[in-house]
Design a protein around this ligand. Structure first.
Ligand SMILES: Cc1cc2nc3c(=O)[nH]c(=O)nc-3n(C[C@H](O)[C@H](O)[C@H](O)COP(=O)(O)OP(=O)(O)OC[C@H]3O[C@@H](n4cnc5c(N)ncnc54)[C@H](O)[C@@H]3O)c2cc1C
Length: 382
C-alpha cells in the first residue's frame, strides 16, 4: 500500500466512525427538518469544509477521488449533510482555481476552517439552466460595485455567510456570458435574506432565496479581478459539484440496495423469504449492478479532475448515471419493501424523496446529456 492509500484509509475510517455515531439521530433530524448544527460543528472539526482546499491555504488537500468516497459514505447515511459542504467547496474551488494569489490567501483559510461557510449562487427566479439569462447586475462605482437583483434555491444561504455570486457586469454583451462575472460575496448591508424554501426531501439543509438591494462589494472581490469570465469560472468549479452529486447518487443508491438486501431476507411470503422469489432477485441484481457501474464512472471523473484534465464529459456521465441509479434504486427499494417502503418509520421513503434532487441540482440530467453529446461531436469531427 502506498502512502496515499494509507492516508485515504485513515480518513475513510474516521468518516465511518463519525457516521456510526450520528446515524441514530438522523431519522429524527430529518423528520423535524432541523438544521443539524451539532453535526455541522463536528464536520468543521474533521476539516470537511477544507476537504479539497490546498494545505497551503489551510485545507486537507484531498484528491477528488478520495473526496468522492467520503461523499458516498455520508450520503449513504444522510444525503442532506453532503449539501452542507458541497456547495461550500464549489465556492472555494472557484477561488482556488481562478482567484488571484491575494484572493486565495485572504479567503481560502476562512473557507477551509469553516469559519466562513457558503455556496455557489447562480440560480434566479426566472432561470436555472439558462444562466446567461440572469438579471442580477453589478455596476462599477469607483473602487466598488453596486449589486442589484435576487437569487433563489441557494443551499446554505440561511446559515452560510459567504457566496460565489454570479452577476452581469455588462448586461448588453452578445453572447451574454462575455458580460458575466463571479464575485466573492460575504453577507452585509444590502444582502437581504428571504424565505427558507419548503422541499420534498433534502431536509435539514437550508435552501432559501435572497435579495441584493444596492449591495456594495469592493472590486477586489471580483474573482480573477477581470470582468467577463464569471460563467466560465462558475462552470469550472461546478465540475467538482457534479462529482459530489454523482457520489451522493452512489450513496443513496447503495443505501436503497443495502436496506433491500436486509429486508428481503426478513420478510416472508408464501412460506419463504422474498429474496428467494426471482422477481425480487432481479431487482437486487439490477440495483447492485447500477451501484458498481456508478462507482466506476465517478472514480473515472474524479481521477480526470485530479489530473487537471477538462472533465465536463466524464463528470456529466457520472452525474447522469449515478443520479438516475439513485432514482431507480430508491423506487425499486420501495417496491421491495411493500407497504413498509411507504411508511415514514423506514428510511426507504427518504431515499425516494431525496433522489430526484440529484437529477436537478448542479445542472439537470437533460443538460448533462447535452454536454456529453456536444463533447462527443467536438472530439470526433469529420
Ligand atoms: C434543493 C435545491 C437546492 C439547490 N441549490 C442551489 C444552489 O446552491 N445554488 C444555485 O445556484 N442553484 C441551486 N439550485 C437550483 C438548481 O441548480 C436549478 O433548479 C437547476 O439548475 C435547474 O434550473 P431550473 O429549476 O430553473 O429549471 P429550468 O432551467 O427552468 O428547466 C426546466 C426543465 O427544462 C429542461 N431544460 C431546460 N433547458 C433545456 C434545454 N436546452 N434542452 C433540454 N431541456 C432543457 C430542464 O432540464 C428541466 O427539465 C437548487 C435547487 C434545488 C431544488
Amino acid at each position: 500500500m502506498n502512502y496515499d492509500a494509507e492516508q485515504e484509509s485513515l480518513i475513510l475510517d474516521a468518516v465511518d466512525k463519525f457516521l456510526i455515531q450520528i446515524k441514530p439521530s438522523v431519522h429524527q433530524l430529518e423528520a423535524d427538518d432541523e438544521y443539524p448544527e451539532e453535526i455541522v460543528a463536528q464536520m468543521k472539526e474533521m476539516g470537511l469544509f477544507g476537504a479539497v482546499i490546498d494545505p497551503e491555504y489551510g485545507g486537507l488537500g484531498l484528491p477528488v477521488s478520495t473526496y468522492a468516497k467520503i461523499v458516498e459514505k455520508i450520503a449513504c447515511v444522510w444525503m442532506s449533510l453532503t449539501g452542507v459542504f458541497n456547495s461550500h467547496l464549489i465556492m472555494a474551488m472557484s477561488v482556488q482555481r481562478f482567484g488571484t494569489e491575494e484572493q486565495k490567501r485572504k479567503w481560502l483559510p476562512l473557507f477551509a476552517s469553516g469559519e466562513m461557510r457558503g455556496a455557489l449562487a447562480l440560480t434566479e427566479p426566472n432561470c436555472g439552466t439558462d444562466l446567461q439569462a440572469i438579471k442580477t447586475t453589478a455596476q462599477r462605482d469607483g473602487d466598488d460595485y453596486i449589486i442589484n437583483g435576487s437569487k433563489t434555491w441557494i443551499t446554505n444561504s440561511l446559515y452560510g455567510s459567504c457566496f460565489a455570486l454570479l452577476v452581469k457586469t455588462d448586461p448588453t454583451t452578445n453572447p451574454a456570458h462575455k458580460g458575466m462575472s463571479l464575485f466573492i460575496a460575504p453577507k452585509g448591508e444590502g444582502f437581504v435574506m428571504g424565505n427558507k424554501l419548503k422541499k420534498l426531501g433534502y431536509k435539514g439543509v437550508d435552501t432559501a432565496e435572497f435579495f441584493l438591494e444596492n449591495y456594495r462589494l469592493p472590486a477586489d472581490n471580483l474573482i480573477s479581478l477581470e470582468e467577463g469570465h464569471g460563467l466560465q469560472h462558475a462552470l469550472g468549479a461546478l465540475a467538482l459539484g457534479r462529482i459530489n452529486v454523482a457520489a451522493r447518487g452512489i450513496g443513496v443508491a447503495s443505501a436503497a440496495l443495502n436496506d433491500s438486501i436486509a429486508y428481503s431476507q426478513q420478510r416472508k411470503t408464501f412460506g419463504k423469504p422474498i429474496c428467494q422469489h426471482q422477481s425480487i432477485q432481479i431487482y437486487l441484481a439490477d440495483m447492485a449492478t447500477r451501484v458498481e457501474a456508478a462507482r466506476l464512472l465517478v472514480q473515472s471523473a474524479a481521477t480526470a479532475f485530479d489530473r487537471g484534465d477538462r472533465c465536463d464529459m466524464e463528470a456529466g456521465m457520472a452525474k447522469l448515471y449515478a443520479t438516475e441509479a439513485a432514482m431507480s434504486n430508491s423506487a425499486e427499494a420501495l417496491r421491495i419493501h411493500g407497504a413498509y417502503g411507504y411508511s415514514t418509520e423506514f428510511n426507504v421513503e427518504r431515499y425516494y424523496r431525496d433522489a430526484p434532487l440529484l437529477a436537478i441540482g448542479e445542472g439537470t440530467n437533460e443538460l448533462q446529456r447535452i454536454i456529453i453529446a456536444k463533447q462527443l461531436i467536438e472530439q470526433n469531427p469529420l
